[in-house]
Design a protein around this ligand. Structure first.
Ligand SMILES: Cc1cc2nc3c(=O)[nH]c(=O)nc-3n(C[C@H](O)[C@H](O)[C@H](O)COP(=O)(O)O)c2cc1C
Length: 147
């Protein structure tokens, strides 16, 4: 297994944290938040994953800034997100940011995450997500990233 670091940011309902922890459990990856990433050297890892919830169409700014502050040229990276809709399209902007920084984007994963930003009065959307099936898919994805 390749040595992996996963940098994540999760503040709304801990949805992305759940996914990041599941990924780490099967891949042996070390986990850190965007704030903690400052103290990490990407050169200590063969693969670096970046994941966050989506706010207004983009990964949380804290995560994007943490990624921008790391030397990723030539590094293999992957991207993941949770969002109300679960759309993988949201990963595109961060993938581009990382590719522009010289990283090789090896994969992208997305799933739904409980969202009370919209439809709050009606209990939000994507309640119960990420669910068991999505967590299994996240694990499968992480395994493939460190193979
Ligand atoms: C301020 C804010 C903006 C959001 N914008 C979007 C959005 O543009 N598209 C979407 O599908 N979900 C959106 N969501 C829902 C979150 O992406 C979703 O609940 C995510 O799983 C939260 O992750 P977390 O619990 O790890 O922080 C938004 C949530 C918040 C709080």
């Amino acid at each position: 297994m390749k040595k992996c670091l996963i940098v994540y940011e999760s503040y709304h309902h801990g949805n992305t944290k759940k996914v990041a922890e599941a990924m780490a459990a099967v891949s042996g990856a070390e986990l850190c938040t965007a704030d903690e990433a400052q103290g990490r050297d990407p050169d200590d890892y063969e693969v670096v994953g970046f994941g966050a919830g989506i706010a207004y169409g983009s990964h949380y700014e804290k995560l994007r800034k943490a990624a921008a502050g790391m030397k990723l040229s030539g590094k293999t990276v992957f991207v993941f997100s949770t969002s109300g809709t679960g759309s993988k399209d949201y990963n595109g902007k961060l993938e581009k940011q990382l590719a522009d920084a010289g990283a090789a984007v090896a994969g992208s994963f997305a799933c739904k995450g409980y969202d009370t930003k919209v439809m709050k009065l009606f209990g939000g959307i994507a309640k119960g997500h990420p669910d068991e099936k999505e967590i299994s898919a996240a694990k499968e994805f992480a395994r493939s990233m460190v193979k």
